[in-house]
Design a protein. Structure first.
Ligand code: ADP
Length: 483
């Protein structure tokens, strides 16, 4: 396998939900089975050892009691008791040793150690008056040591009995083997169950992924519908909402492109018609020639104005953070705008009035804000009636400043209010064109105000006039600071 394929495989399984669910299910199933089976084998073995010891103790105590009664250690030629001792050893497949008060072995059912001495710890403890028992796992035997007392209570010897535990240890080994087999079988079963359930749980997610994949084959995709569970419904709904937004964006982009083409074509068509009609005529009088050329020049101005406005908009769209913020004297800025536009107003005898309620300093991009307010005042003059008025007012509180541009013009019908900020949208196309409008002015204004995190509202009554109100924070905060 190449290194690349190994990396891909690793990546695939590291993040796989399927693998995670599978492992968790398997873990939940296998760990308890293994732990419980180990505990069961262990505790059942312990219980067996305990019960064996209890039984051994019971039998040995009875024999020791008889020995004490018949003073066996002093007189060992008692065939009945000797036979009992031998039988006890045989019964437990073990060995019985009797140690006298000199630590000498006076009886050994194996007849191997008689006459030798036994000063083992167990024997010593018995002479101290205590019973001892010990399970030697390696030697596979159980050892019990009991003191044999005289009538006066003194200890005259010790009975040490060892019982073979080979059978129990073999049984445990068998149980261990069975446990291993059972664990492997349950493991295999659990793997199958975990595979099945993890597949079942992951299926809705895969379905969603496939549906999204299929839907993305189209350019903007179609809605998806997966009603498997609440979560997939939620994902599908979120995806469909995102698609709807993308569709709207796509539509508005297409609309924009077609609007741009149309707007750019209009002056060119006019220029072409004017030029063609000049070419088509022979001996054109100079006056007509000049008139047509003036019209052509006006159309070129229009074209270049549209291009300028478009560029302004595009620049604002992509350079959201490129505001050149400084402390701006808003009063001075508005006065400057009115001064520049006064000649335009005078042409139609429109009265330009400025009302400032207080001096206002604010953080803003002076050039851009100037353009936004100029557009509003220019519109107020352009869409006014002869001898009308335009009132610009500036006010502020501790947080915001407010600029109101009110006019006595033609007004805008309510149903158009939502649209006038769209690019190339004009209420009265003919009027906008004759006044040299591109349909981009309010779009630019809104963009600039949004960049300043401000808002713009409109109120208008047809035939009476329009008021635009702009509200912008006096201190500019960048987007990341706000977050
Ligand atoms: P334009 O370049 O056509 O003026 P704008 O984006 O500035 O484009 O304005 C969009 C449209 O909104 C205008 O064509 C006009 O119909 C309408 N409008 C804007 N301002 C006013 C106003 N003060 N009074 C009446 N109509 C207005």
């Amino acid at each position: 396998m190449t290194e690349m394929r190994q990396i891909k495989l690793r990546l695939k399984y590291r993040g796989s939900l399927h693998l995670w669910i599978f492992s968790i299910l398997l873990g939940i199933g296998v760990i308890p089975v293994v732990v419980i089976s180990i505990l069961l084998v262990h505790s059942s073995f312990e219980n067996h050892v305990k019960s064996k010891l209890a039984e051994l103790q019971y039998q040995s105590v009875a024999v020791v009691a008889e020995m004490e009664q018949k003073d066996y250690l002093t007189n060992m030629s008692q065939p009945v008791l000797t036979a009992e001792v031998e039988q006890l050893a045989r019964f437990y497949r073990g060995r019985v040793i009797l140690v006298d008060s000199d630590y000498r072995i006076c009886k050994d059912t194996y007849h191997l150690a008689e006459g030798k001495y036994n000063i083992s710890q167990e024997v010593l403890m018995c002479f101290g008056g205590a019973n001892t028992s010990r399970f030697d796992e390696e030697g596979k035997y159980l050892e019990l040591a009991l003191p044999i007392t005289r009538e006066d209570g003194s200890i005259q010897g010790v009975l040490v009995i060892t019982a073979s535990m080979e059978f129990l240890i073999d049984l445990r080994e068998q149980l261990e083997d069975q446990r291993l087999v059972a664990t492997i079988v349950t493991g295999v079963l659990l793997i199958a169950v975990a595979l099945f359930f993890s597949g079942l749980l992951v299926r809705p997610v895969k379905k969603v992924a496939k549906a999204i994949d299929d839907s993305s084959q189209d350019s903007v995709g179609g809605d998806i519908q997966i009603n498997d569970c609440a979560e997939t419904i939620q994902i599908a709904q979120a995806y469909n909402r995102m698609l709807a937004r993308l569709r709207a964006l796509d539509e508005s982009r297409q609309q924009f492109v077609s609007n741009v083409s149309h707007e750019l074509k209009t002056p060119i068509t006019s220029i072409r018609v004017l030029a063609d009609s000049l070419i088509g005529q022979e001996e054109v009088p100079v006056e007509l020639y000049q008139e047509f050329m003036t019209d052509i020049s006006a159309e070129i101005d229009r074209e270049s104005q549209i291009i300028d406005d478009l560029l302004t908009l595009v620049r604002m769209d992509k350079s959201k953070t490129e505001l050149n913020i400084s402390r701006v004297n808003i009063n001075e800025m508005i006065e400057g705008i009115l001064k520049r536009l006064r000649p335009l107003a005078m042409k139609r005898n429109v009265e330009l009035v400025l009302e400032t309620f207080r001096p206002v300093l604010a953080d803003a991009d002076a050039v851009k804000l100037n353009l936004a307010i100029t557009n509003l005042v220019e519109n107020a003059i352009k869409y006014n009636v002869d001898n009308g008025w335009v009132r610009v007012s500036l006010n502020a509180d501790h947080q915001f400043f407010y600029i109101k541009v009110a006019d006595s013009g033609i007004g805008i019908p309510d149903k158009e209010w939502d649209h006038i900020f769209e690019r190339f949208y004009r209420v009265d196309k003919a009027r906008s064109r004759t006044t040299g409008g591109t349909g981009l002015g309010l779009a630019i204004t809104k963009s600039i105000i949004s960049l300043h995190h401000g808002g713009i509202r409109i109120h208008s009554v047809e035939g009476e006039g329009t008021t635009f109100t702009v509200r912008i924070s006096r201190t500019y905060r960048r987007q990341e600071e706000e977050a």
